[in-house]
Design a protein around this ligand. Structure first.
Ligand SMILES: NC(=O)c1ccc[n+]([C@@H]2O[C@H](COP(=O)([O-])OP(=O)(O)OC[C@H]3O[C@@H](n4cnc5c(N)ncnc54)[C@H](O)[C@@H]3O)[C@@H](O)[C@H]2O)c1
Ligand SMILES: O=P(O)(O)OC[C@H]1O[C@H](O[C@H]2[C@H](O)[C@@H](O)[C@@H](O)O[C@@H]2CO)[C@H](O)[C@@H](O)[C@@H]1O
Ligand SMILES: [Mn+2]
Length: 441
């Protein structure tokens, strides 16, 4: 059985320890030769790297595990690159959330003005990283889930049009399917979803039972109406995520035909969301006081003990399992179905061909074979076309260094929708982002 070489970019991520645990546990199904962590922040990565050393030493000493800040060491001979960088880290995420919120606009990691700022930061570093990877690992599969995936995917499509081994993917659609399976009381593998949209902006039209072909969405609609909606891993979630999933019920009361992605609520109920977001305590504060604190405390505890035996309390969430599953589908040509991001080219028949859309696909060694959904109804088409235009203008602004395109993008964004506000928030974001941004003239 071939053993694979894998690098995780953003080795200092709060999600890395969970990934390491999952990789370790899955050694029989997905044996590794080498696992490397890479980060530009060596200090942040160090405790996670040291934890990883102990974890593999104790559980899978045959795997060559290391961590580095050296590009050549990170990428040479890699088969898969897992991309999970957060450019500007939580300090900049906080500003993405708080600058707009203090102006009465939605401030969030991937949507609205915050998503725009994160998009420009990520684009710059992701393009650089892909050039670095291709220098040392021309054949490696690049699995990107660094956010905002919609903007990153559009930017990479333009910069690397012939590179067929970059896959942009998000686990939120699968998380909704897993959550639906909890409501329906079945294994999530039983559900075969039909989905259309953009990243963090889409809908399920059907949830078929793979064995019988029955569409379980009508039944799920009734359950959600009666009992609301919970994430599959509700017991591990912070309150803000429970609220986010809970709001799926309201979305389905108002727009019952399809099951929405949880992110749709920002676009459909911006005023409600604004009333419930606190500009002085945002998701970044919750993550810093929760996941980030827990992860680093746990790593340090293990380092101090010099062993992981009997100590590892790190949460292995569905996110890591999902991304590893994606890599295995490619490695073993399994052609399993996942919801992925790809160029439209008629998949959503009544939307522009060059939009980066999110749909179900079979995934194997030759990449995704996506499934078309035909024409989508006018309501959804209207919402999505506005968003595609915003995303494309954001990427235009990056490549053309154009302040004007950035202003157009933000004016068109449904969560801003006003040129004066757009200019005001753009100027504040430019100032706050400094060299993280391209020059916008
Ligand atoms: N799409 C999904 O399903 C999904 C799910 C979870 C997280 N994410 C994404 O994963 C990323 C990590 O999230 P987190 O909350 O753990 O963030 P984090 O801040 O804990 O970790 C991100 C790491 O990236 C590093 N980094 C920044 N710029 C880099 C660069 N140019 N090269 C290499 N490393 C760099 C940082 O130093 C940091 O250690 C984010 O982009 C987040 O949005 C995506
Ligand atoms: O606010 P955060 O940092 O907790 O999460 C932001 C990310 O949220 C989604 O990812 C979920 C993921 O779907 C779930 O499986 C679990 O692992 O938690 C993740 C984070 O809570 C979203 O899809 C990502 O794009 C966001 O970055
Ligand atoms: Mn996502």
């Amino acid at each position: 059985m071939k053993k694979y070489n894998i690098v995780i970019v953003g080795g200092g991520s709060t999600f890395t320890p969970g990934f390491l645990k999952s990789f370790c546990r899955m050694q029989k199904e997905f044996p590794l030769n080498k696992l490397v962590l890479f980060d530009i922040d060596g200090e942040r990565q160090k405790p996670i790297g040291e934890f990883g050393k102990l974890l593999f030493q104790d559980n899978a000493p045959e795997v060559e595990f290391s961590y580095t800040t050296d590009i050549k060491e990170a990428y040479t001979d890699m088969d898969f690159v897992f991309m999970q960088m957060r450019v500007g880290k939580y300090a900049m995420r906080e500003l993405d959330e708080k600058i707009p919120l203090r102006m009465g606009l939605i401030g969030q990691e991937t949507v609205g003005a915050g998503g725009f700022a994160y998009g420009l930061r990520s684009t710059k570093e992701m393009i650089k990283a892909v050039y670095d990877i291709r220098k040392y690992a021309p054949e490696a599969w690049i699995l990107n889930y660094s956010n905002p995936a919609a903007i990153v995917a559009e930017a990479l499509r333009r910069e690397f049009p012939d590179d067929k081994r970059i896959l942009n993917i998000c686990d939120q659609p699968e998380n909704i399917v897993r959550s639906a399976s909890r409501s329906l009381g079945c294994d999530f593998h039983l559900l075969d979803p039909v989905y259309f949209g953009l990243n963090h902006y889409g809908w399920f039209t059907h949830l078929y039972n793979v064995e019988t072909g029955e569409d379980l969405l009508p039944k799920l609609r009734e359950i959600i109406h009666e009992r609301g909606f919970l994430p599959q891993d509700a017991e591990q979630r912070d309150q803000s995520w429970l609220d986010t999933y809970g709001y799926v019920q309201q979305m389905m009361e108002d727009f019952p035909e399809f099951l929405p992605n949880s992110y749709d609520q920002y676009y459909l109920y911006p005023y409600y969301k604004l009333e419930h977001l606190n500009p002085e305590y945002t998701r970044t504060d919750e993550v810093r006081n929760g996941r980030e604190k827990r992860v680093f405390e746990e790593c340090n505890k293990i380092i101090e003990a010099g062993t992981t035996k009997g100590l590892v309390d790190i949460h292995e969430d569905a996110h890591a399992e999902f991304m590893i599953d994606v890599a295995m589908d490619i490695a073993y040509n399994r052609n399993n179905r996942h919801i992925i991001i790809t160029e439209n080219n008629g998949l959503i028949a009544n939307m522009q061909d060059d939009a980066m859309v999110e749909v179900a696909a079979e995934l194997g060694a030759n990449g995704p074979r996506p499934m078309g959904v035909g024409n989508i109804p006018t309501f959804y088409k209207g919402l999505l076309e506005q968003q595609v235009a915003y995303e494309k203008l954001t990427v235009d602004a990056y490549f053309e260094h154009s302040y004007q395109k950035a202003l157009q993008a933000l004016t068109l964004n449904r969560l801003i929708n006003d040129a004066k506000k757009a200019r005001e928030v753009l100027d504040k974001l430019i100032e706050a982002n400094g060299d993280y941004f391209p020059e916008l003239k």
